[in-house]
Design a protein around this ligand. Structure first.
Ligand SMILES: *Cc1c(COP(=O)(O)O)cnc(C)c1O
Length: 355
């Protein structure tokens, strides 16, 4: 039976991206060696990095003066690298969930941290509004898409300070105004590649200002100067990212990804709102287009497990909600097809008809 992958991360990638990576793992560029066996210094690999960097700059319209890096350690390592490199005295954080909280915890090791707003009291079911950010902070950190709770900041915030964005789960799903950011980072395994690489976009002239010694590997400057080749970068995940970036470009770029994201999310949210069995968990205006969270309506609570079983029997994979929200989460990243979300909606309709 056909499987529809709704995993939150690692997650769905376009089939051709997987196939092209598989071919290169068997025989890299006709060299007779595997992509997994060659040196990152091999002359064939530099063009991979170069093209990936160029595509990221093109797709996100990155202005002059920014560098694109491929690092290890996941988005979680960026939680400490960001303040290590950018926190001079004081930083502001918008607390929209688990990942934001983890980022904030690391920042507190390096200086004063102001939590500008939080929706913790409401289990992060909305993006806080109407707050102000102090003028004297080094940056405001935001998590643009809250993978666990299904909320998203899809429109650039209008703030008076430069931002730092954790875009792990919505990067390349929409246009971004990179000039508003000192730094953008994203673990690749949600919407770009397989696990093992993190992309980081840093504003070059903001580096070197922090009043502390930074260990070599944690210093963005190291990786800027060496073009992500200071040490061995994760070559296979970088290659997969390149294939995916080519796919995004071929599909019409981030504008096309944005349009598709809206189409997919409309299909699923409309059904959640229509179907008597289900309800969405977050404020309608803050609904994520990437991670769609929903639960059984109270009077049908006992149908949660049966629905999960039914949907699984129909080929749906990974729709069980995160334990801190419960219910269901349908992750609809770039590679999720309209057919996939229609199949999920059909499950919801059929299950409703059976009850
Ligand atoms: C998954 C995720 C992370 C953590 O990513 P790792 O690569 O596992 O460290 C951080 N932020 C967001 C928004 C995420 O979705």
């Amino acid at each position: 039976m056909k499987k529809y992958n709704f995993n939150a991360g690692p997650s769905i990638l376009p089939r051709e991206v997987i196939e092209n990576t598989a071919k290169q793992i068997l025989d890299f560029n006709g060299s007779g060696l595997s992509l997994a066996e060659i040196s990152h210094r091999a002359k064939d690999f530099q063009p991979v990095i170069d093209e990936a960097v160029a595509l990221i700059k093109e797709l996100l319209n990155v202005p002059e003066g920014y560098s694109v890096l491929f690092l290890g350690g996941g988005a979680s390592l960026e939680f400490c690298m960001v303040p290590y490199n950018f926190l001079i005295k004081k930083a502001a954080y918008l607390n929209t969930g688990v990942w934001a909280k983890k980022a904030m915890k690391e920042a507190k090791l390096f200086g004063e941290v102001v939590e500008v707003a939080s929706s913790a009291d409401a289990n992060f079911t909305f993006i806080p509004k109407g707050w102000t950010c102090p003028d004297d902070v080094d940056y405001l950190h935001i998590t643009t898409n809250n993978t666990i709770y299904g909320t998203e900041i899809r429109k650039e915030l209008d703030v008076n300070v430069p931002m730092i964005g954790d875009m792990s789960s919505d990067i390349f799903s929409r246009p971004v105004d990179v000039a508003k950011y000192k730094c953008i980072y994203a673990g690749a395994q949600k919407n770009l590649s397989m696990a093992g690489v993190t992309i980081v976009i840093v504003k070059d002239d903001e580096l070197g200002k922090a009043p502390r010694e930074i260990p070599t590997m944690l210093n963005y400057q190291t990786h800027v100067e060496k073009g992500s080749m200071f040490n061995t970068p994760p070559v296979v995940p970088i290659y997969t990212a390149l294939e995916n970036l080519r796919w995004i470009k071929k599909m019409g770029g981030v504008e096309a990804m944005d349009k598709l994201a809206h189409e997919r999310a409309d299909i699923v949210y409309s059904e959640i709102d229509r179907n008597k069995l289900f309800r969405g968990t977050v404020n309608a205006e803050d609904r994520s287009l990437m991670n769609i969270c929903f639960v059984m309506n109270e009077e049908y609570a006992e149908l949660e497990k049966p629905f999960l079983e039914y949907a699984t029997s129909q080929g749906m994979v990974g729709i069980k909600g995160h334990r801190s929200v419960g219910g269901f989460r349908a992750s609809c990243y770039n590679a999720q097809s309209i057919e996939g979300v229609q199949a999920l909606v059909k499950c919801m309709k059929d299950f409703e008809a059976q009850h």
